[in-house]
Every structure is written in C-alpha cells, then in structure tokens.
Design a protein around this ligand. Structure first.
Ligand code: NDP
Length: 337
C-alpha cells in the first residue's frame, strides 16, 4: 500500500520534498468496514491549504499524515450494508492505494458507471461549487455580464457554461491563447482574456462594454485588480477561491488598497460573499445533481479532464495545477502494482 504523507509544511510553493512516498501493509477491513482500492485521486487547489497550519476552515494534515483527497475507489471486500465487491464509490481515501471505510460519507456509484472519475469533477465537488456559487450568490439575470477566471478549469468552465444557459454574457479569463480559444470556441464563452497579456486590464475593459454584474472570484491577484473597477452597481461577487495567493508568503507589494476596495463595495453597493461549498450549500446537492446530469448527458455542458497515470506522479501534477499547467480537471489514475 503506497501512501503519500506530508513530510514538511511548504514555505511558498510545495516542492518535491513536501510529501514522502512510503509503503505499508494493505489494511484489512473489520466487522462493519470495507476495504477500498483507490482508482482515481482528485487534485484540487484546496489541498494547498491542508498542507499549511495557518488558520482555516478545516484542520491541516498532520506531519506524517496521509494527504487528504477525494477519490473514486472500488470495493475489494465489504462488511458494510449496501456495498459489495466491485462497486465503484466516491470516497475520501486520500493519496494512497487502499483505505478502510465504515461507509459514512461514501457514495455508491454502482458496478459500471459510464465515467467514474467524473464524480470528482463535473458531477461532484467542483461542478457543485460552480452551480451553487453562481446560482445562490451570483444570482445572474438574463442579459447580465458574468466574469470568471480559471475559465477552463472544472469550476470556471462550469460557471461560464451555466451562465450561457441562463442567458448571460460570459467573459472568461484564462492563462494563455490555447485556453482562451477553447473557452470561446468549445465552451461558448462570449470572450476570454489572457491574464498573462501585458494589456490584460485594457482588454478586459474592452470586452465588458456594459460592465460586470457577477464576478465569480476564483483567483484574486491581478485579475481581481482588473475586475473591481468594472463592477456595476449592485454587482455580486461569490468569493470561491484566491488561487493566485495560495503560495504567497507575504502581502503583495505596493500601496495598501484595502480602503479603496471597501469604498468600491460601499459606493457600488456590492455583495461580496465567501462560501465553503458543503458547509453552506450541502443541502442543495440533490438539486444540483438533478439539473447537472441532463446538461452533461445532452452535451449542453462540456467537461474536460486531464488524467495523469501513477500515484507517484501526483505531487508533481499538483504543483503544476497551482501554476496553471493543467488544462481541465486534473485527476490521477492511481495504478497498482
Ligand atoms: P483549476 O483546475 O481551474 O486550477 C486552477 C487554475 O487557476 C489554474 O489552472 C490556472 O488557470 C489558475 N491560476 C493559477 N494561478 C493563477 C494566477 N496567478 N492568476 C490567475 N489564474 C491562476 O481549479 P478548480 O476549478 O478546481 O478551482 C478553481 C477555484 O475554486 C480555486 O481557487 C479553488 O480553490 C476554488 N474552490 C473553492 C471551493 C469552495 O468551496 N469555496 C470549492 C472548490 C474550488 P489559468 O492557466 O487559466 O490561469
């Protein structure tokens, strides 16, 4: 049983020394337990937070502890009602080959789900985050303009596509021309601006002739700077993530603009609301699944996944995710010896 455990807390970006690969015995399931074999491990930006012991909404992974993570696994042996060997399950095994579970918080996906790994993306936590943050906080009306960054990732791509279904103008922000072309040509966004361009702020302003009514905040940093001045009165800002800051060790250079930002919030009567998906909207999961299932099946919402083979490659793939090297939802196909 291979496990990736937290070796040290990163200062700045995680490195190859942040996690250590260890081998241990495959655990065995007790009386009311089942043994799960991890097939797919989800890589998600929040994992950077779990590596840190800074105050957060969730406890950090202890030094020496197995890195946490959402997984799709197969049941190997089971003493839990409702689960039999061969079932695919959505579970929280973490970064390891095998885990024992009592079934609490584990969802049975059946013996032959069409796309088992999608439960980690469009049909799971990231898709739900996009749907709930946009509809419950962003509350866009037809004809309004939505802006969203990390526009080709599982959250941003879904936000933008739902925005189009709801009759809005959607402006994506992504890293590089290929991602931007994909957002417009494949996902149907009205425009997509490359945040690496020198004239990013000017391009964004040009693409937003009627201002921005909903800014779905995924990244912070330069993108946030460019968006705030374009927000319309009564705009809504679901604060979902700030990935540009996850590896930061100091506050940004330059003048403190906190009071300028509060002035914008005041004068434009902005609604800025953070959320943690399952804490705030867990009760709506069924509604999400009912709506998203048909959208995905009919092709109304597209989903791009990037599968990387081998648990041993997970750390490097995660470091790349924080740098924008992923193009679509990054998932590890764990692979077994
Ligand atoms: P993605 O797969 O989209 O990956 C992150 C992307 O962020 C990168 O691919 C990159 O895309 C972009 N990025 C990285 N650094 C920067 C930067 N400096 N400036 C601009 N963009 C950058 O991630 P997810 O879709 O899984 O998650 C998106 C956001 O949602 C994250 O902030 C995450 O923490 C948050 N989240 C919050 C939840 C909640 O409950 N609040 C739940 C789930 C996710 P590009 O190359 O296009 O710039």
């Amino acid at each position: 049983n291979r496990q990736l455990v937290l070796a040290e807390r990163p200062k700045g970006a995680p490195t190859k020394d942040t996690l250590r690969l260890i081998e241990c015995e495959v655990p065995s399931a007790g009386g009311n337990q089942m043994l799960l074999r991890t097939e797919f491990l989800s890589l998600d930006p929040y994992m950077r937070g779990r590596m840190s012991d800074a105050p957060s909404y969730a406890a950090p992974v202890p030094i020496g502890g197995v890195m946490q993570g959402g997984t799709v696994a197969q049941v190997v042996t089971s003493n839990v009602d409702g689960f039999t060997p061969g079932d695919y399950v959505l579970s929280f095994n973490g970064w390891q080959d095998y885990a024992v579970s009592d079934g609490v918080g584990v969802t049975n996906l059946g013996k032959a789900p069409a796309h088992p790994s999608w439960a980690l993306g469009i049909m799971g936590m990231p898709g739900f985050t996009a749907w709930a943050g946009l509809t419950q906080i962003g509350a866009p009306k037809p004809g309004e303009t939505i802006a969203v960054a990390a526009a080709t990732g599982p959250v941003g791509a879904t936000v933008g596509q739902i925005g189009k279904i709801l009759g809005c103008r959607v402006i994506g922000i992504a890293g590089g021309p290929d991602k931007c072309a994909y957002a417009v040509n494949e996902l149907g966004f009205d425009a997509c601006i490359d945040h690496k361009a020198d004239d990013f702020a000017e391009q964004l302003a040009k693409a937003s002739p009627d201002g921005i009514d909903v800014y779905f905040e995924n990244v912070g940093g330069k993108v946030l700077d460019g968006v705030v001045s374009l927000l319309n009165p009564n705009a809504r800002v679901p604060v979902c993530g700030l990935i540009s800051q996850y590896n930061a060790t100091t506050l940004p250079d330059g003048p403190d603009r906190m009071n300028w930002l509060m002035g914008q919030i005041l004068r434009k009567k902005l609604k800025v609301q953070g959320f943690i998906i399952f804490d705030d909207f867990g009760h709506l999961y069924g509604d999400f699944a009912k709506e998203m299932g048909p959208w995905v099946e009919s092709g109304k919402i597209k989903y791009r996944e990037e599968i990387i083979d081998g648990l041993e490659n997970a750390l490097e793939a995660f470091i790349g995710l924080l740098n924008g090297e992923n193009f679509g939802k990054r998932v590890i196909r764990v692979g077994h010896n």
